[in-house]
Design a protein around this ligand. Sequence first.
Ligand SMILES: CC(C)(COP(=O)(O)OP(=O)(O)OC[C@H]1O[C@@H](n2cnc3c(N)ncnc32)[C@H](O)[C@@H]1OP(=O)(O)O)[C@@H](O)C(=O)NCCC(=O)NCCS
Length: 147
Amino acid sequence: MIEIVNMTAEHVTQIAHLETVCFNDPWSERSIASELDNKLSLWLVALDADTVAGYIGSQTVLGETDMMNVAVSPDYRRQGIGEQLITALIEALKSQGSHSLMLEVRASNEPAKSLYEKLGFASVGLRKNYYRNPKEDALILRKEWQI
Ligand SMILES: CC(C)(COP(=O)(O)OP(=O)(O)OC[C@H]1O[C@@H](n2cnc3c(N)ncnc32)[C@H](O)[C@@H]1OP(=O)(O)O)[C@@H](O)C(=O)NCCC(=O)NCCS
């Protein structure tokens, strides 16, 4: 059974490994660990017993939250975990007074775009050549809610 919990120090190594599996430009273990001390940051982890199946990272400034990353281990995809992570993040953000969530996604990332569309994110812009390795445009998506 999957449980969504706040990230702690014991999850950092597994998250850093998943970053290298899921992204071309991964966060380092040190950068992820530093998020634990950042009062603006909220990271959640999807746990299957002691295994990190997925995670989501965010930062909130003045009631507006940026999602920095979300990933699910290839072994655990298409089981609703990505959706659970975003939904749990939004619930936690509501209780902290945030009223919106913004993110960037590679223009070609169809699984992620489908996930965000399912959860009601709207397209609000485009950043030309935002990504490197390979170079690609980012779509900017946003979802807001009442608190
Ligand atoms: C994007 C990602 C997080 C989705 O995680 P997931 O746990 O597999 O997604 P879920 O099972 O919660 O899927 C929820 C919805 O997303 C969409 N979706 C997810 N994967 C999809 C795929 N491969 N193709 C099409 N739609 C997909 C569907 O709408 C799905 O709803 P459905 O199951 O009712 O059809 C995962 O594919 C991933 O980690 N990708 C690599 C990292 C990444 O690209 N992160 C996003 C960076 S912006």
